[in-house]
Design a protein around this ligand. Structure first.
Ligand code: 2AM
Ligand code: CA
Ligand code: CA
Ligand code: CA
Length: 261
């Protein structure tokens, strides 16, 4: 794909995302319909669903041959990486959305034949859109971001998902203890933004494709490494324990993971 086409797609996606943000902000002023999915800690609202439908309609109108993987199920069944695959998380951090009306993101990613091309993480309440990909670089709104420093574990803050912390999985508490400290934001998208801007140096969580699709593209563009928790390559269509980190932090954490069960 030539750069001109890429820039045109990028411009369109940003426009949809701004409209999606307005949709979410408007719907937030009305009463939410909140339902449980797998548990009382796993919520979905009418806004998640309406925003996913909105984004899928925009994508399908613009690029009808695309396939869309959406968290709330309004997209397509996808079992191979071929072609244009868009991955949509209409509200990432739904618990934060419901309880805090803050700290949530809209995320979109475009993969072509399995390669990450464009990624978007929109911090709705701060009106900060992180966007880009390997051919464009990474931007916070209109400002290009530099690579974050390649900080070692001992010198930076790490983020672990609450379930991993609470249940002390994979010996991660020791890794956390060897860092400068732990921060937990409750939205994979917001954690990714903190990685992109160098505010944290590692994020580990159980994630599904829509949770990490955009962050993987943006993070790798800025020299961060994304892998499974044991350092293996991520399959973009599978769920699992994911680590996003600076190269040095990953090097420091991998030997700690899994020690003592
Ligand atoms: P979500 O809000 O889009 O569901 C913290 O909960 C982070 O983990 C959020 O980014 C959330 O995304 C994601 N997540 C993935 N699976 C989850 C689950 N089963 N329950 C709650 N959050 C989940
Ligand atoms: Ca969810
Ligand atoms: Ca999510
Ligand atoms: Ca979601």
């Amino acid at each position: 794909m030539d750069d001109l086409t890429l820039i045109q797609i990028d411009r369109n996606v940003k426009q949809w995302l701004r409209q999606a943000r307005t949709l979410v902000l408007t719907k937030m002023t009305e009463r939410l319909t909140v339902n449980e999915k797998s548990s009382r800690k796993d919520l979905v609202t009418n806004v998640d669903k309406e925003n996913e439908k909105f984004l899928i309609t925009k994508i399908k109108n613009y690029a009808p041959d695309s396939h869309v993987l959406g968290e709330e199920g309004f997209g397509d069944q996808i079992n191979r990486e071929k072609g244009w695959i868009w991955i949509v998380d209409p509200i990432d951090g739904t618990m934060n959305f419901v309880k805090q009306q803050d700290h949530f993101a809209i995320m979109v990613a475009l993969y072509i034949d399995g390669q990450g091309v464009l990624g978007y993480i929109y911090d709705v309440m701060n009106d900060e859109l992180y966007s880009g990909g390997p051919n464009l670089g990474v931007f916070k709104n209109d400002v290009q971001l530099d690579q974050p420093a390649n900080t070692a574990l001992a010198d930076g803050l790490v983020s672990l998902s609450a379930p991993l912390l609470i249940h002390d999985r994979f010996n991660l508490l020791q890794a956390a203890d060897e860092s400068s400290g732990v921060r937990v934001y409750g939205s994979a998208g917001i954690e990714m933004i903190h990685l992109l801007t160098g505010k944290i140096i590692t994020y580990v969580s159980y994630l599904k494709p829509w949770d990490f699709a955009a962050g993987k593209i943006l993070g790798e563009t800025l020299g961060l490494v994304t892998s499974t928790i044991d350092g293996q390559p991520l399959d973009m269509l599978s769920s699992g324990f994911v680590m996003v980190a600076t190269e040095n932090a990953q090097r420091d954490i991998l030997p700690i993971i899994g020690q003592n069960g």
